[in-house]
Write a protein that binds this ligand. Structure first.
Ligand code: SAM
Length: 305
C-alpha cells in the first residue's frame, strides 16, 4: 500500500474499521507478550473455565432431579395396587390397637379429668348420618369390618353400630378422621372451646362413642385420610363396607376413593356421601369408568357395583 493508499484508506468501505481492528490486535499482542499480560491471560482462562463448569453442573443437577418417567401422565393414577395379605376379621381390632394405640384401648380412662367439663353431653351432629343407605348395605353385605373415611362426631358410625347389632353381627368399625375441623370451622361450629389450638373434636367423638355404648365396636385412626388408608393397606386390614365421606373437592375425593378401593375386601361394597357435590360426582364417575363399575344412587349416597 503506497502513502496515498494509506492516507485514504479510511475512505474505502470498511477501511477505518479494518485499521482499528489491526491496531487493537497489535496492542493486545504487545500486552500479552509481557509477563504481566501472560499472567492476566492465565487468570482470565481460569475464571472462564470455572464459570462454564459450574453452569454445566447446575444443568446436570436440574436434569437428574426430574424422574425419567415424568412425561407419563398416568403417573398420578398410581395408587398402591396391592395391600398386605389380609388379617382375619376377628384380628382387625387387635391389629389397630397394636399399631396405633400401643396395645391399649384409647377409651380406657376416658375422659381425662381436664377435658370432662369442656365436652358437650349431647352434641352428635352429622350429615345424612342415619340415611337408609346404611341399613340397605349392612343388610346386604352383613359386614364384619366397616371402614369409614370421614367420621366427624361419629353420628353415622354409631348409627351403623346399632344396625349391625340388630342383625347380631360382631362388626368392627374403623373411623378415619383427622378431627381438626376445617378452614372456617369455628365460624360454622361454635360448639366447642378450643384448647391451645386443639378443636377437641376427637374427644367429643370419643364421648359420643362412649355414650352410644359402642367402645367395643368402634376404633379410630386420627390421621389424614391418605395416611390412615395407607396404614390399613400396609397392615392388611380390609373393609367389607368402605364409606367415603371426607373432603368433597375433586382431588381429595379422587385420592380417597382410590385409596379406599385398595382396602375393600373382594365382594365388598364401596360407597360414599354427597353425590350432589360436583367434585365428588366427577371423582366417582371417573373412578367407575376407569375400573368398570356402575354407579347407583341411594338418596344422597353413591354406591359402586
Ligand atoms: C362430612 S364430615 C363426616 C360426617 C360423618 N360421616 C357423619 O355422617 O356423621 C367430614 C369429615 O371428614 C374429615 N376430613 C376431611 N378431610 C379429611 C382428610 N383429608 N383426612 C382426614 N379427615 C378428613 C373432617 O374432619 C370431617 O370431620
Amino acid at each position: 500500500m503506497n502513502t496515498e493508499d494509506q492516507e485514504h484508506s479510511h475512505l474505502r468501505p470498511g477501511g477505518r474499521q479494518h485499521n482499528q481492528k489491526r491496531f487493537t490486535a497489535m496492542a493486545a499482542y504487545k500486552t500479552l507478550s509481557t509477563p504481566k499480560g501472560y499472567l492476566v491471560l492465565i487468570i482470565l482462562s481460569f475464571i472462564l473455565g470455572y464459570i462454564t463448569h459450574s453452569q454445566t453442573q447446575t444443568q446436570t443437577q436440574t436434569q437428574t432431579q426430574i424422574p425419567p418417567d415424568v412425561s407419563d401422565l398416568s403417573e398420578h393414577n398410581k395408587f398402591p395396587n396391592k395391600c398386605k395379605h389380609p388379617v382375619p376379621s376377628n384380628h382387625v381390632r387387635q391389629t389397630v390397637l397394636d399399631r396405633v394405640f400401643n396395645g391399649t384401648s384409647p377409651f380406657q380412662g376416658f375422659p381425662p379429668p381436664h377435658i370432662t367439663s369442656l365436652l358437650w353431653e349431647d352434641w352428635a351432629k352429622g350429615w345424612g348420618s342415619n340415611a337408609p343407605v346404611f341399613e340397605h348395605l349392612i343388610n346386604q353385605v352383613r359386614p364384619r369390618v366397616i371402614v369409614e373415611v370421614g367420621t366427624f362426631l361419629g353420628a353415622s358410625a354409631t348409627h351403623m353400630v346399632g344396625l349391625t347389632r340388630k342383625l347380631g353381627l360382631d362388626t368392627q368399625i374403623i373411623c378415619i378422621d383427622d378431627f381438626r375441623g376445617w378452614p372456617g370451622y369455628y365460624d360454622e361450629e361454635k360448639s366447642l372451646k378450643m384448647v391451645n389450638g386443639d378443636s377437641l373434636l376427637m374427644f367429643q367423638f370419643m364421648q359420643n362413642v362412649v355414650k352410644a355404648n359402642a367402645t367395643d365396636s368402634i376404633l379410630f385412626l386420627p390421621f389424614s385420610a391418605s395416611t390412615a388408608l395407607n396404614g390399613l393397606c400396609d397392615w392388611g386390614v380390609y373393609g367389607d363396607l368402605v364409606e367415603v365421606d371426607a373432603a368433597h373437592d375433586f382431588h381429595s375425593a379422587w385420592v380417597d376413593i382410590n385409596n379406599a378401593y385398595k382396602i375393600l375386601r373382594p365382594g365388598g361394597v364401596l360407597f360414599g356421601h354427597d353425590y350432589a357435590w360436583e367434585g365428588v360426582r366427577y371423582a366417582v364417575h371417573s373412578f367407575a369408568r376407569l375400573n368398570g363399575f356402575q354407579v347407583k344412587l341411594d338418596g344422597e349416597h353413591w354406591i359402586l357395583y
